[in-house]
Design a protein around this ligand. Structure first.
Ligand SMILES: Cc1ncc(C[n+]2csc(CCOP(=O)(O)OP(=O)(O)O)c2C)c(N)n1
Ligand SMILES: [Mg+2]
Length: 572
């Protein structure tokens, strides 16, 4: 077994070198007194040229964790985050909530206040704050959002702990893990610390889907008049996009992406019939809920009572959700990379006998595809010159300049109408736990992982402020990660206003001209925030001015300067 040995140093030295050995490129960090051994180790690594993850100073934990998310979605590799004890953990919590629901693997770590009040151990308590920052159980803060948590007790288990953390994070369904690092443990001396390199702990291959269940699903789908796939995350693994494209096209099974988190199927694919399944629910006779936690909202829409509902995914019943009662006639557990080809094979065996039905479905899908396209064109024509600027126009203008390979990170709660995608991994609308403020950090992480790509963060004004913009733009400047941020500035939290109207359609709030707690005072100059960090900022008020403003901003980004357009707009 090949090994490496560190002849002398500290646990912190071994920790950082092990992380690098395990493929961790970055430590996104927000430091405090718990970091002393880590900071010392980094300086030592610089002096001696040891290979360690690149340390990134991130002035808010929310940005730090989201950078790890961005780097992961861009590269497929989890990264490490370290924050300051309980307080840094608290600031990172919204990210962790999203990662838990979104199956984002991140090695989240924080210091743990030193144990010893005195006695001479390196790293023991040495400042007042070491008493009040101790918790009865720091890990309990995050436990509901973690696949695994652990406190590092000593160097003897360091290798196992790191390998287990990464294995836990990366085994399906994936998710975040948490490790606390007490200061005395990090500061403890080591001698002849030997570890396996490469790791002897490969990620488990995922379980194969049950072939009897696959056959049952194929039988239902083969005999369906109007089968429908509803997904929001089937494109999480980029290579699954082609598998879904080929299955849906060959057997004429239309696909609707509902509030999609990833690019799941190209907009120009003949089976792509849009982003709103509600209109099809009453006619579909077999529905496949594919990697989709909420396929419809029962209060508003439901499939017809005798429709057969099949759920497919790594965890098709979303077992961590306390309540989720969508009907389920068949559930198939397995990653899509295995399930889609297996389903394709099972459908191929029935292809000849169902050829005329497939043909009829194909004709129907073609009409629905065309109808969805026509609706978008008509909507754009209507909104092109709207004042204030309509979000569909912002989407369209971004679409015109972005090219096929750019990556759009969307945290604007308006629709994605008129934004189109043809390539996997070019669209992310994450935040699966519903915690806003993830997109600025995620865009920076994506840019770090895919430096040659243009990354555009399309974000609502409320979400922009949740994203710790000063900290994010600071990192954009300091780490030379130029992205374009487009703020959809409707000067409100429209989602909150819309929801109040949904609950009280004829209420006082709906009748008032200005619902309390949902509006911002107009006139916030978000473009000036980025200027404070040497970015290029512009405010856009008129629809016709937007294309040229985008060109100017993108020229700056191409030259290495981060940019922001503050687009004063309606809510659509
Ligand atoms: C951390 C967090 N706080 C509050 C909310 C509640 N919330 C949901 S949508 C929303 C408004 C978002 O505003 P903006 O980004 O401007 O989008 P808009 O609704 O105006 O389109 C708020 C406050 C949340 N989801 N997450
Ligand atoms: Mg808003």
């Amino acid at each position: 077994m090949p090994t490496k040995t560190i002849t002398s140093g500290t646990v912190a030295d071994a920790y950082l070198q092990l992380l690098a050995d395990r493929g961790i490129d970055y430590l996104f960090a927000n430091a405090g007194t718990d970091f002393a051994p880590i900071i010392e180790s980094y300086a030592k690594a610089q002096a001696h040229g040891f290979k360690v993850p690149r340390p990134i100073t991130v002035p808010h934990e929310n940005v730090a964790v989201n950078m790890a998310q961005g780097y992961y979605v861009a590269t497929g590799r989890p990264q490490a985050v370290m924050v300051h004890v309980n307080v840094g953990t608290a600031n990172a919590m919204c990210g962790l909530i999203n990662f838990w629901r979104g199956n984002i693997p991140v090695l989240f770590t924080s210091g743990r206040t030193p144990y010893a009040e005195q006695g001479g151990l390196p790293g023991e308590r040495g400042i007042e704050i070491h008493w009040p920052q101790e918790m009865r159980d720091q890990r309990a803060m995050t436990r509901e959002m973690m696949k695994w948590d652990y406190e590092l007790p000593n160097s003897q288990v360091l290798e196992s702990a790191i390998d287990r953390a990464l294995n836990m994070a990366m085994s399906e369904p994936r998710g975040p893990v948490y490790m606390t690092l007490p200061r005395e443990v990090l500061a403890a001396p080591i001698e002849n610390f030997t570890y396996a390199s490469p790791s002897r702990h490969r990620t488990p291959a995922p379980a194969y889907p049950d072939l009897t269940a696959i056959d049952e699903a194929a039988e239902l789908l083969a005999n369906a008049e109007f089968p429908l796939i509803i997904t929001n995350s089937s494109g999480r693994v980029e290579s699954d996009v082609a598998k879904l494209a080929s299955l849906s096209e060959r057997f004429a099974i239309p696909v609707v992406q509902r509030k999609n988190r990833f690019m799941c199927l190209a907009d120009n694919h003949p089976m792509n019939i849009g982003y709103n399944p509600d209109q099809y629910l009453e006619s579909a006779d077999v529905i496949v809920v594919m990697e989709c936690d909420v396929p419809w909202v029962p209060r508003h829409h439901a499939p017809k009572p005798d429709a057969k509902i099949i759920h497919i995914g790594a965890d098709p019943i979303f077992s961590t959700y306390p309540l989720r009662g969508f009907p389920c006639d068949l559930a198939i557990q397995g990653v899509l990379s295995a399930t889609l080809p297996a389903l394709s094979d099972a459908l191929a065996a029935r292809e000849k006998s169902t050829a005329s039905r497939i043909d009829a479905r194909r004709k129907r899908a073609a009409q629905l595809h065309q109808k969805a396209q026509d609706r978008l064109v008509a909507n754009l024509e209507k909104q092109r010159n709207a004042a204030p600027i309509h979000p569909a126009w912002i989407n369209h203008c971004i679409n015109q300049v972005k090219g096929e390979n750019s990556i759009i990170v969307k945290e604007a709660l308006t629709s994605t109408d008129n934004l189109t995608f043809t390539k996997p991994g070019t669209f992310y609308s994450l935040g699966q736990g519903g915690a806003l403020g993830w997109s600025l950090g995620t865009s920076l992480g994506i840019k770090a992982g895919a430096p040659d790509k243009l990354v555009i963060c399309a974000v609502g004004d409320g979400s922009y402020m949740f994203g710790n913009p000063t900290a994010a733009h600071y990192v954009g400047k300091a780490e030379k990660l130029p992205t374009l941020t487009v703020v959809y500035n409707n000067e409100m939290w429209n989602a909150v206003r819309r929801n109040t109207r949904e609950v009280y359609p004829d209420g006082y709030a709906a009748k008032s001209n200005r619902e309390p707690l949902t509006y911002f005072e107009p006139g916030t100059h978000y473009e000036k925030t980025i200027e404070a960090l040497d970015g290029y900022g512009e405010q856009v008020n008129v629809a016709a001015d937007l294309p040229k403003a985008l060109d100017r901003a993108l020229n700056k980004v191409a030259a290495g300067q981060q940019a922001l357009l503050n687009v004063v707009s309606s809510s659509g």
